[in-house]
Design a binder for this molecule. Sequence first.
Ligand code: HEM
Length: 225
Amino acid sequence: MLNQFLWVILPYICMATFIIGHIARYRFDKLSWTAKSSEFIEKKQLKWGSILFHLGIVPVIMGHFVGLVIPASWLEALGVNDHLYHIGAVYIGSVFGIITLIGMLLLTARRLSIKNVRRLSSALDIIVNIFLLLIVFMGCYATIVTNAVTPTFDYRETISIWFRNLFVFSPNADLMVQVPIAFKMHILLGFAIFALWPFTRLVHVWSVPFTYASRSYIVYRKHKV
Ligand code: HEM
């Protein structure tokens, strides 16, 4: 029962909340669709945290696509055998994972330690921050430590197949039973953030804010009475 709940019902609840939540936010609360920048309060720490986080997370997401969505047999047909795949996934994955983790640590320290940034943060801002930190930490832990201590475990034979099956409505919780706990925690937290996503500042991702770097400054002035 617990396995069915964790690996079938919960992922579907999170995905449904993700889709319906975005539609509802866009329809009924469009004006709050923003990254809610706090740059005008503090720039220096934000710059480093944000650059490192974004520099790391984009390749990490691309890596998730290759490892979770593309079947191992397809990569094999393209000449990427198991050994080659795992060297790439573990070494390249770890480098970008650690860059993401350092960025997330800096962003969390900034949010919690600078009084005005903290005061500007809603409870959800803090929760999202902590969730991201835990997800990224557990992802790095699974990649660096769990892969090393359980070398016979292959997530492309278990997690990846379970993950793809969800999207063709053929869920199979049994595939997740033997998965090491670090991966399980990483994935459950990962799904949880998808459920929270539409109600948080993370919606800015879908606005693909590439023009941000070149747009005109937003001028903030003190309110004089
Ligand atoms: C919800 C579905 C998710 C699944 C099924 C999943 C699965 C995985 C797996 C299998 C690994 C190990 C990769 C390896 O050892 O080569 C991993 C690593 C990692 N994950 Fe996830 N993940 C999910 C969501 C997320 C999210 C939402 C984030 C970030 C916000 C994230 C960040 C990371 C990081 C930083 C690593 C370590 C670096 C890397 O190997 O790419 N994951 N994840």
